[in-house]
Ligand binder design. Structure first.
Ligand SMILES: [Zn+2]
Length: 164
């Protein structure tokens, strides 16, 4: 079973996928910029899915040290997510989707609940009410999140300086 899994990483589809991911970073580690031999890290796995059949955003060209760290981090993150109650998992989902939207400009998030809106708002330092008031057709786009984030900049700077 395990050897069948590892055999997948010798398939031409995987080798081509790996080549594309590494070429996209110009042959340097996406985390530290190291030019040491790179490997492709999956930020998640799904049962019965081929290793090359993942969104490109979930595949990262990393050096050996960064890949090891990323794998440890993924295990820790998954464990922590498993300890979160259902109601907080809605908030966490909103937070994670909003972070993805900041990384990928064409993202649209369908707002599912108040708690989900809280998580989305957390990335910009605003309340769920702000998200619910500003969303359009119950969705929030990357562009809207960027706009809200920029509006909060003066407030964040004054807080850093200890002002009101
Ligand atoms: Zn690295």
């Amino acid at each position: 079973m395990a050897s069948e899994f590892f055999d997948l990483f010798r398939q031409p589809e995987w080798l081509e996928c790996e080549r594309r991911v590494i070429a996209a970073t110009g042959g340097t580690c996406a985390n530290c910029g190291n030019t040491a031999p790179l490997r492709v890290h999956h930020s998640y796995y799904e049962k019965d899915r081929m290793p090359w059949d993942y969104p490109i955003a979930s595949l990262h060209a990393l050096c050996e040290a960064c890949k090891r760290e990323a794998e440890e981090h993924r295990v820790e993150l998954r464990r922590q997510i498993g300890l979160v109650s259902y109601i907080h998992s809605e908030r966490l989902l909103g937070y994670a989707q909003a972070l993805e939207a900041f990384d990928h400009p064409e993202t649209t998030i369908h707002v599912r609940s108040y708690e989900h809106a809280e998580g989305i708002g957390d990335t910009c330092g605003v309340t769920a009410e702000t998200i619910l008031r500003r969303m359009v057709n119950e969705t929030v786009t990357s562009a809207l999140l960027e706009e809200i984030f920029e509006e909060q900049r003066p407030r964040r700077v004054s807080e850093l300086r200890g002002g009101a």
